[in-house]
Design a protein around this ligand. Structure first.
Ligand code: ACO
Length: 447
């Protein structure tokens, strides 16, 4: 089984005549233990039985950055990084992107099945009527500096929503969870658009219930004096597709943050504020912003070879942003869908001048031994930024555009955590290598 595959039940299916166990011999003591294998994994806790004596705590695993540790069983998203497969609840991402609306996919991710017509009507209706936020949130937004990064504003105001909905603390109550899930999916585009409007000094635009999820978001972003905002259908659809591609991605950094915070039974707004913070980083959701800054800094197609040379000679210091992925070691199937969609968007918006540089960068990197050997391919962020920029979203808004749809994935994962009997408060162990048993030294005797 390749390392970059989500472990499945089949991965652990017993072959006739074989025992689904692994025997581990501790060469310090000669003690051997037989450990069951389930779904292609062993339980780290089983290794605790290996001790050098009664005082020994027992053997632990050391796995910084969870490179080979499954933190949960899940039925939401399947990834095969070697084959470039991504499925939500078993449906291939390309099919969902082509045929569904974002809210249909959000329902699927949250509930496990595609909605019937009635279920869809009810779900999208509920989301639509919960898009408003308390007026005090506006005042909170106005308190930020004019140049505040919208992701910082989103993260803080989203966390602040927990104070408006104290009933969200009932995280063990399925009905309360359902109510907050609807609210959170409904309100995140409103907060995102308010953050943008604040940054350009424009008045906030209230939600328009007659528009689709993405159409309403575009209206809250761009509406000026016209009585009714009419989104361009190509751009509205493109945003739906981008939102679908970003809805979930199993146990990534921000989802892990959502689950870790949620495991303490914090309310979901506080957990999501943590997830948004994790997504902000340039190695995660901030990468699409970093790609655009990188392309702008390169400046022209002619300078691409020199930049690639810099990356290779920097010893890991300079990265080709939008390339590489912890899981995808072949290609990122989301990048493929986005690249195909880009042309349709550019027909409406005109070509992004940075596209030429991006295509050249991709061409050179894909044939360069450095990148090929390390299995570095374009990820979802490599092209999404070019589309967002062509749609007139400022670069600062890119990670925000990632956070909006990822809310459904975070909430699906949080819900799964809440009903998972195997889970407890997340609390990793450490290997302590510091000093011990020292006596206090007064100031005059130090140094
Ligand atoms: N450019 C140049 N070299 C790279 C890149 C890159 N983008 N990514 C990895 N490498 C190199 C590393 O320096 C390392 O080289 P070495 O073996 O000589 O030391 C090797 O490839 C392996 O890289 P790791 O850092 O071990 O890979 P890891 O799985 O830990 O990191 C990550 C994955 C964080 C995505 C990394 O590829 C990266 O920083 N990419 C750029 C940022 C980016 O695009 N992030 C978005 C990810 S998608 C998302 O979050 C939605």
């Amino acid at each position: 089984m390749a390392e970059t595959v989500t472990k499945t039940a089949e991965a652990g299916a017993p072959k006739t005549g074989t025992r689904e166990t692994v025997t581990v011999t501790d060469n310090r003591t000669g003690q051997a233990i037989e450990v069951p294998i389930e779904n292609g994994t062993i339980k780290a806790m089983d290794l605790r039985k290996l001790k050098t004596g009664p005082e020994d705590f027992g053997l632990m695993t050391y796995d910084p950055a969870f490179m080979n540790t499954a933190s949960t069983k899940s039925t939401i998203t399947f990834i095969d990084g070697d084959k470039g497969i991504l499925e939500y609840r078993g449906y291939p991402i390309a099919q969902l992107a082509e045929k569904c609306s974002y809210l249909e996919v959000a329902y699927l991710v949250l509930n496990g099945e595609l909605p019937t017509k009635e279920q869809y009507k009810e779900f999208s209706g509920e989301v639509t009527v919960h898009t408003m936020v308390h007026e005090n949130i506006k005042n909170l937004m106005k308190g930020f500096r004019y140049d505040a990064h919208p992701m910082g504003m989103l993260c803080s105001t989203f966390g602040a929503l927990s104070t408006f909905y104290p009933e969200a603390k009932a995280v063990r109550d399925p009905d309360a969870r359902k109510r907050e899930i609807i609210r959170m999916i409904a309100k995140i585009p409103t907060l995102a658009a308010f953050a943008y409007r604040h940054s350009i000094g424009f008045p906030f635009v209230y939600p328009d219930n007659e528009l689709s999820y993405t159409g309403n978001f575009l209206s809250m972003m761009y509406r000026t004096a016209e009585p009714k905002y009419k989104p361009n259908p190509v751009l509205e659809k493109a945003l739906e597709v981008l939102f679908i591609l970003h809805a979930d991605h199993e146990q990534n950094c921000s989802t892990n943050a959502m689950r870790a915070i949620g495991s303490s039974e914090a309310d979901p707004y506080s957990s999501a504020a943590g997830a948004i913070s994790a997504l902000y980083g340039p190695l995660h959701g901030g990468a699409n912003e970093a790609v655009l800054r990188m392309l702008a800094a390169i400046g022209s197609k002619a300078k691409v070879p020199a930049f690639v040379k810099d990356v290779k000679e920097s010893g890991g210091e300079v990265k080709l942003m939008g390339f590489g992925h912890r899981v995808y070691k072949n290609y990122d199937p989301r990048a493929k869908v986005i690249k195909e969609m880009a042309d349709k968007v550019f027909e409406v918006t005109g070509k992004n001048p940075l596209l030429e540089i991006a295509l050249e960068l991709e061409k050179i990197a894909l044939s360069d031994e450095y990148f090929v050997k390390r299995k570095l391919y374009p990820n979802v962020d490599f092209y999404s930024g070019l589309i967002y920029q062509a749609m007139k979203f400022p670069v600062d808004m890119f990670p925000v555009l990632f956070a909006i749809p990822r809310m459904s994935g975070w909430l699906a994962q949080w819900q799964e955590l809440m009903i998972d009997k195997d889970q407890k408060i997340a609390r990793p162990r450490q290997v302590y290598l510091g000093k011990r048993n020292r006596d206090y030294v007064p100031f005059e005797k130090r140094g």
